[in-house]
Design a protein around this ligand. Structure first.
Ligand code: GLU
Length: 481
């Protein structure tokens, strides 16, 4: 019987969830969903100095926000736990002791200074740095002498000769000559299991069938396969996806702008847009469509269709997707997402404002590509936030415009607020009374009534503003000249 698919996402909690890692989590999630499998969240916190509880919380929060859910993880569920490596140390110890007894690993007492000078020497001779095996065949006496001197050894894996070959689901057949693999450390001198070792023990114990992770781990995989062989276990299937690059084709980093999922959330990206975007980085749907809600992606996804070429991050594309998802959002959900920005800007969200705000949101949703952009427009609709942009001031105070503004003021003063869409009829009347062409008139009106040169449809804005606000602003505009 083919075992059911079990995949894992295994972040190190040393910072915020990066969009690159979120994409790895997403591919694991998609594969699990597609195959009716199980996604396990494992926290790789063996680096006690750099791992923090707050980072674990942030990773869980950001995954949940994105809509990536797991069946087993540190938040309680699952039978193969604990799901934090720092709580699994005795398991690593049992296996490393067994490998030591069998002679498959050995104690190495070489000092960091010796290893560093060895590395330099090898590099100066044009050689690839590699541990020279000094402690490979220490006698029992030599070992106990060093231990009695208080030296604390690391455990190194005894790498044999031969080729390590495996089929990668994305890259195809991969082969590595073990000659190029140093006797690597599996347990550090403080007794803590090193990444490759803990990862193999856990992937086996958690019955992982497919390891889906970034290309940056490709060089770890032959080491891990050697460990599986030494432990007498079958290794899982591997799939290494290329990492996201910045526009200059270097690995995506802070220099390229926001990298953390939480930064994107705070800027006002929607989780569905970010998910859609990340799925499309390096994967194309069979239909070639770009706007794909999660259910569609799950239906169409397969690991073998992931590209072998590294995808390039495009913020423009992400913004485009976000504007699409904002436009498609239901009114209540959109209001729920936008209100926090309004509140943060100090506008009271009360009964009185609710209706006005809802009408504003309907208008703005066509114009914004980030939820946070709602803040830029609050000044258009709420007097305490109103001000004239520099360009608007220049236009309003330029010669000849004062007379037009005075005409506009008179028309608005005589204007009786109407139901429905009064903005359009007002604009029509203003065209008549000023005799101006539509383009210059609208630019002047927009500058005078909204303080801006650009924005949503003018007629709709005027309908929303109402007479009192319009008059107040026109008077302010007249004071500029
Ligand atoms: N903790 C490793 C990382 O964050 C996990 C690598 C793996 O998936 O094996 O890169």
């Amino acid at each position: 019987m083919i075992p059911s698919v079990r995949v894992r996402f295994a972040p190190a909690p040393t910072g915020l969830l990066h969009i690159g890692n979120a994409r790895t989590a997403l591919f694991n999630y998609l594969y699990a969903k597609k195959e009716n499998g199980t996604l396990i969240l494992r926290i790789e916190d063996t680096d006690a100095e750099r791992s923090t509880d707050s980072s674990i919380e942030a990773i869980l929060r950001d995954l949940r926000w994105l809509g990536i859910s797991w069946e087993e993880g540190p938040d309680g569920s699952g039978q193969d736990g604990p799901y934090r490596q720092s709580q699994r140390l005795s398991l690593y110890r049992d296996h490393s002791e067994k490998l030591l007894r069998e002679g498959k690993v050995y104690k190495c007492f070489c000092s960091p200074e010796r290893l560093e000078s060895l590395r330099k020497e090898q590099l100066s001779m044009g050689m690839m740095p590699k541990y020279d095996g000094k402690c490979r065949s220490l006698s029992e006496g030599e070992r106990s002498k060093m231990e009695s001197e208080g030296l604390r050894p690391v455990l190194r894996f005894r790498v044999g000769k031969g080729m390590v070959v495996f089929e990668d689901l994305i890259h195809g057949r991969m082969s590595f000559d073990s000659n190029g693999i140093s006797d690597f450390i599996i347990v550090r001198s403080d007794g803590m299991a090193a990444y490759n070792f803990a990862c193999v023990i856990d992937d086996h114990a958690m019955r992982i069938t497919h390891v889906i992770r970034g290309d940056d781990h490709l060089s770890n995989t032959p080491r891990q396969i050697l460990l599986y062989l030494a432990l007498g276990w079958e290794h899982p299937v591997f799939a290494h996806h290329p990492l996201i690059l910045g526009s200059d084709r270097s690995p995506l980093s802070k220099r390229h702008g926001a990298t953390a999922v939480s930064q994107y959330r705070e800027e006002g990206f929607l989780p569905e847009a970010l998910l859609n975007y990340l799925a499309l980085l390096g994967w194309t749907s069979p239909s070639g469509e770009e706007i794909l809600p999660l259910e569609r992606i799950i239906g169409d996804f397969s690991l073998s269709t992931l590209s072998r070429n590294a995808p390039i991050h495009s913020r423009k594309k992400l913004e485009w997707l976000n504007s699409h998802y904002i436009r498609k959002m239901g009114q209540d959900r959109l209001a729920g997402r936008l209100l926090p920005y309004v509140e943060r800007a100090g506008i009271p969200v009360d009964q009185q404002n609710q209706e006005y705000l809802n009408r504003i949101f309907v208008l703005l949703k066509e114009n914004i590509f980030l939820l946070s952009q709602v803040e830029e427009y609050l000044g258009v609709f709420f007097d305490p936030k109103f001000s004239f942009e520099e360009e608007a001031k220049n236009l309003l105070s330029s010669p000849g415009n004062r007379g037009i503004l005075e005409t506009v003021l008179r028309v608005v003063e005589d204007w009786a607020d109407m139901e429905g869409d009064p903005g359009s009829t007002l604009l029509f009347r203003l065209e008549e009374k000023t005799g101006l062409k539509r383009k210059p008139l609208y630019a002047l009106l927009r500058a005078g009534m909204t303080g801006k040169m650009k924005g949503p449809e003018l007629a709709k804005i005027l309908s929303l503003l109402g007479k009192e606000r319009m008059l107040k602003r026109l008077k302010m505009a007249l004071e500029l000249s």
